[in-house]
Design a protein around this ligand. Structure first.
Ligand code: GFB
Length: 327
């Protein structure tokens, strides 16, 4: 009976992951990693491997090889990375390139050496050239110069996705890479210096409301367009892709909907209940003007995002308030 179901699924292009096997989520405490663990638990995975940074430093090759040798995971999702918003990316390029290259090289190679069956590598839409045609297709990779504010991070992520492709080519492995648009959700980083715009604004607007401040400052011109997706949609997409038998190795994942930073600020003002003034601070960079990914490759396989931006922001704000209260 079980064999028949598997055969039928294969014919529909579905290659199910065995829920009893070991799946290692690298970076399970981050925004993406924690979303993935929630999704895997919901899907009935009974053997999810995780390690905190204190337990396993992924920048250390020996430690990573020992971990893989001892645990022998069947599947790996590489969501561990040094990440940050435009401020952190501009201020710490050396750390962004070094740590990300180390983590990727160590995890991907250790996975290969311990015969991991399937690996998913997480990148970012900032890997594409700054001036490439929009919506951005996967084919636009490496066809022009990168956005300066996050070049170091983008170079590391490009190396990671190419590394997965090269291992597939040379060794016949099954490694895929996912390039998501700007993400947000529970588990995000709300530190004003290092965070991305959406959590930063949620915090700024909330604090302005409770402290009775008359205005909130938004960095840059407010004009850049961004595509935001809730992390639960991304987690669903990652598992969806790991269970599809297909020949492609790189997939953009986004909602296809764009919003300007100014309109995002208005929306966050509405969600948080802040009614004061919104000021722009042009001393901060805008970064790339527009960055919307073409997700038709994954959509053609039957996946689509479900969480509307306002609903997703409300859900994230509720999570933020819970954590804020505890602190
Ligand atoms: O989210 P964010 O830092 O990342 O900034 P990027 C997006 C836009 O929001 C920029 C503006 O135009 C910022 O100037 N912004 C306005 C703010 N107010 C704020 C604020 O208080 N904090 C922040 N952080 N931004 C990152 C890359 O680019 O996106 C990473 O640096 C990565 O490498 C990530 O790819 C997804 O979209 O500009």
């Amino acid at each position: 009976m079980k064999r028949k179901i598997l055969l039928a699924e294969r014919q529909e292009g579905i290659c199910p992951l065995d829920r009893q096997r070991k799946i290692y989520v690298a970076g399970h405490r981050g925004l993406v990693g924690s979303g993935l663990v929630r999704r895997l638990e919901k899907e009935g995975f009974s053997h999810i491997l995780t390690r905190t940074h204190q337990e396993l430093d992924l920048t250390r090759q020996k430690e990573v090889e020992e971990f893989f040798g001892a645990e022998r995971p069947d599947y790996v999702i590489l969501a561990a990375a040094r990440v940050g918003g435009i401020g952190a990316n501009s201020a710490y390029p050396a750390d962004f390139i070094m740590e990300n290259l180390q983590i990727q090289c160590n995890v991907i190679d250790a996975a290969f050496k311990s015969k991991v069956k399937k690996l998913l590598f997480l990148g970012s839409s900032c890997i594409y050239p700054r001036e490439c045609p929009q919506p951005i297709r996967e084919e636009s990779l490496l066809c022009g110069p990168l956005e300066q504010t996050n070049e170091a991070y983008a170079l590391a992520k490009i190396a990671g996705l190419r590394m997965c492709s090269y291992y597939n080519r040379q060794y016949g492995t099954d490694y895929i890479s996912v390039m998501p648009c700007n993400l947000y959700g529970p588990g995000d980083n709300f530190d004003l210096e290092s965070s991305h715009v959406l959590p930063a604004l949620l915090r700024k607007f909330h604090e302005a409301k409770v402290q009775g401040n008359p205005s909130v400052t938004v960095w840059g011109s407010g004009k850049p367009l961004r595509e935001f997706m809730h992390v639960d949609d991304l987690a669903e997409a990652c598992l969806f892709l790991m269970e599809r038998c297909q020949k492609e190795e790189v997939f953009n994942v986004g909602t296809g909907r764009e919003i300007s930073i100014w309109d995002l600020a208005q929306l966050i003002g509405k969600v948080t209940g802040f009614s004061g003034e919104i000021c722009l601070d042009n001393s901060h960079p805008d970064g790339t003007v527009r960055k919307v990914v073409d997700s038709s490759r994954i959509r053609a396989l039957g996946w689509e995002p479900k969480i509307d931006l306002e609903a997703g922001i409300r859900n994230t704000y509720a999570w933020f308030l819970e954590c804020y209260k505890k602190e």
